[in-house]
Unconditional design. Structure first.
Length: 368
């Protein structure tokens, strides 16, 4: 009897193994492009980019409008604007299970100058954030809105004495602001069907800092990234010096020697992210000679345009199914909020974003 049961168990095990290993099985767990079935960005987690996740909670959460909640943090416990002002972020309930995480922009602080906002811009219902524009593809989404006032592209973890008086007066706590905000968002919307991670200007830079953290909080959800006017076209050594000033080097994998290119650009960093995480798609939106970045680019607008087009071409070549760009023939800066209905190359920004989020075959790169 015992031998008979053992034979039956062995037979069932062999059948199970045969089914699991069959070449005809369509249910094989997908892996990322590195060939690993681990969560992407393990190296960044080992470097500590997730060190503040789950460690900070708001001191208050107040309903400020129907479905809209402001979450405020204690300025003595970490999240803070770069001049010490109080930091808060917002959630807004939609009527779908999709989630839009929007990272606002507002300028950088460098050792030479500081153009950052001292207080974050509250949630405003414009462009992709409008819940009443029926043509806005994200109108029904739940929203997690992260204002920008840290001066460090939501990456910094440093305090600096900027005037040499012996007292720290710049507080680059972007990683704490970002991590605490994402924790609030994940608690409010734990099971989205789809995530759109979008940001403009400095928030465009920040979507790439946020991606590993969002992936850790949502391991299995597809993420569409929209980088509006923050493509990382910088002069040689520029971003390196900012990472040092902000104490933000943990966001760049130490094994990726070309993530910050010899020209200073972040194209290979974006390429690394697409390669690391196969459940991600990336969109660039920009003008050819973005006036905000052209003035700080050696060679001006023409040099910025050349490098931007090269970056878009490289990412389209390496990830043709998961990257597209929409590039305007001008020098405007940011589109998702202020120029959401502007036409570029025969299609308006809103419709192009809709094609992306709907996974339409019409979504493609357009350069005016």
């Amino acid at each position: 009897m015992i031998q008979s049961k053992i034979k039956s168990i062995l037979f069932l095990c062999l059948v199970f193994i045969s089914i699991a290993c069959s070449d005809d099985d369509d249910s094989v767990t997908p892996v990322d492009e590195t060939g690993s079935d681990e969560l992407p960005f393990q190296e960044l987690f080992e470097q500590g980019v997730d060190r503040y996740l789950g460690t900070i909670t708001p001191i208050s959460s107040s309903d400020i409008a129907p479905g809209v909640t402001e979450h405020t943090f204690s300025s003595t416990d970490g999240p803070v604007c770069f001049t010490g002002n109080e930091f808060s972020m917002f959630t807004r309930n939609g009527n779908s299970d999709n989630l839009l995480i929007f990272l606002q922009g507002g300028g950088f602080c460098s050792p030479i100058s500081c153009e950052a906002l001292e207080e974050g811009i509250p949630l405003t219902p414009f462009g992709i954030l409008s819940p009443t524009d029926f043509q806005n593809p994200a109108a029904s989404y739940n929203v997690g809105y992260v204002p920008y006032c840290d001066g460090s592209a939501m990456m910094g973890d440093n305090e600096v004495d900027s005037d040499g008086d012996g007292v720290n007066d710049r507080f680059f706590k972007g990683i704490q602001n970002l991590s605490a905000s994402l924790d609030v968002i994940a608690k409010a919307y734990p099971s989205p069907g789809k995530i759109v991670l979008a940001g403009n200007s400095a928030g465009g830079f920040a979507v790439h800092a946020a991606l590993p953290l969002v992936r850790k909080l949502y391991p299995d959800v597809s993420i569409d990234i929209i980088n509006d006017s923050g493509q990382g076209i910088l002069d040689t050594g520029g971003f390196e010096s900012l990472l040092t000033y902000w104490n933000a080097r943990s966001f760049i994998p130490s094994s990726c020697s070309d993530c910050i290119g010899a020209d200073g650009n972040l194209t290979d960093y974006h390429n690394y992210q697409l390669t690391e995480d196969s459940n991600v798609r990336l969109a660039y939106i920009s003008s050819k000679q973005d006036s905000t970045f052209a003035v700080i680019t050696a060679g001006g607008g023409a040099a910025f345009e050349r490098q931007l087009l090269e970056a878009a071409e490289e990412l389209k070549r390496t990830h043709p199914e998961r990257f597209n760009s929409l590039i305007d023939n001008g020098n405007d800066h940011t589109y998702l909020l202020r120029r959401f209905t502007e036409e570029i190359g025969g299609i308006n920004v809103r419709q192009w974003v809709a094609d992306m989020l709907d996974e339409s075959e019409n979504w493609d790169s357009i350069t005016e």
